[in-house]
Every structure is written in structure tokens, then in C-alpha cells.
Design a protein around this ligand. Structure first.
Ligand SMILES: [Zn+2]
Ligand SMILES: [Zn+2]
Ligand SMILES: [Zn+2]
Length: 178
């Protein structure tokens, strides 16, 4: 079992291995503040705390997990409040929904418009954004060829992340050398 709060195991978006996750959180919050000012929106306390909680790790957080955490902290955690906060964060591009996990992931590239494609690790359940926007153009072109207007696309790839792969390799090496 992986420990939920082990930051050593988390991944920077696009970069595996140990990293200072506080840096991810600080950057995400700073970006959120800037974007909200630019868009004339308010990063209310509940929106900000929801974003922070989603950013606690690189594992997507479900709405009910978020609701429970906010309730613990004394926020108005009525489902409509929490869903409104999530809708705001989604619309602002600060988080993505990972459909197959029915959970939310903080976006590390919120300052540029993009589609979220995801690499989901079967082992540690960390999710990284798969930065491959060419796929988006290719999909639109292919769909258009068939007379289809694309409105939503969900690309979620599952497998083993670099950290888990390295651990599996290490374990195998220890196993053979012992
Ligand atoms: Zn991180
Ligand atoms: Zn993103
Ligand atoms: Zn992993």
C-alpha cells in the first residue's frame, strides 16, 4: 500500500521522481490568484481551500472526499456549495476532471488553454497530464472527415509511472541478487 501523504512518491506534472510538492502547491495557488484577477473572478475561501485540497497530491480527489475534508474544517460543505466550487475551478481551467476515476486533478498548466489528457498509474494512482496537444488537432480532423463534430474527448491512458517502474525494476534486481 502506498502512503497517502508521502510526497516522495508524488510526481511533478510531466516529471516523475522525488520533487518538492510544496512548490507544486505554491505555484498552483499563485497561478490561480493571477488568473482570477485577470478574469475578474474571486478566489473565495472555499474555492481556494478546495483547490489546495485537490493539490494535496497528484492523485485525483473525488467530490465526496473533498466534501468530507471541507466539512472537517468547518466550511459550508453542502454538496451544492462544493459542486459550485468545483465548477468554478473547472471553468477557470485550474483543475481537470479525470472521468475514469470520477475525480479531480489540479492542473499545472492552468495559464494556457488546453485539453487534459492523462496518464494514470495503476500502481500509485498518481495522474500526470499527457502533454500532447497535437492529438487534439488530429482528432478534430479525423472526426470532421467523417462529418462528425467533436465536442468532448476523453483520453486517459493507464499504465505504470516512471517511479513505480523503477521500483519494480529495483525489486526485481534485489530479488535476483539475493
Ligand atoms: Zn507535486
Ligand atoms: Zn491541464
Ligand atoms: Zn506510480
Amino acid at each position: 500500500m502506498t502512503k497517502l501523504h508521502s510526497h516522495q512518491h508524488d510526481h511533478d506534472a510531466g516529471h516523475a521522481h522525488d520533487h518538492n510538492h510544496n512548490h507544486c502547491i505554491d505555484t498552483a495557488l499563485a497561478t490561480a490568484e493571477t488568473l482570477c484577477i485577470e478574469q475578474g473572478q474571486r478566489l473565495t475561501k472555499v474555492r481556494r481551500r478546495a483547490l489546495e485540497l485537490i493539490w494535496e497530491s497528484h492523485r485525483p480527489l473525488g467530490a465526496y472526499q473533498l466534501l468530507a475534508k471541507l466539512a472537517e474544517e468547518g466550511f459550508n460543505s453542502a454538496p451544492p456549495t462544493v459542486y459550485r466550487a468545483l465548477d468554478f475551478l473547472l471553468a477557470a481551467g485550474l483543475i481537470h476532471k479525470v472521468e475514469s476515476m470520477n475525480a479531480y486533478l489540479g492542473c499545472a498548466h492552468a495559464d494556457r488553454a488546453h485539453k487534459g489528457y492523462f496518464l494514470i498509474c495503476d500502481e500509485c494512482h498518481n495522474v500526470m497530464e499527457f502533454d500532447y496537444q497535437d492529438i487534439h488537432a488530429a482528432l478534430i480532423a479525423k472526426a470532421a472527415k467523417q462529418g462528425f463534430e467533436l465536442r468532448a474527448e476523453t483520453i486517459e491512458l493507464t499504465g505504470l509511472c516512471a517511479d513505480c517502474k523503477a521500483k519494480a525494476t529495483d525489486a526485481a534486481a534485489v530479488g535476483t541478487s539475493a
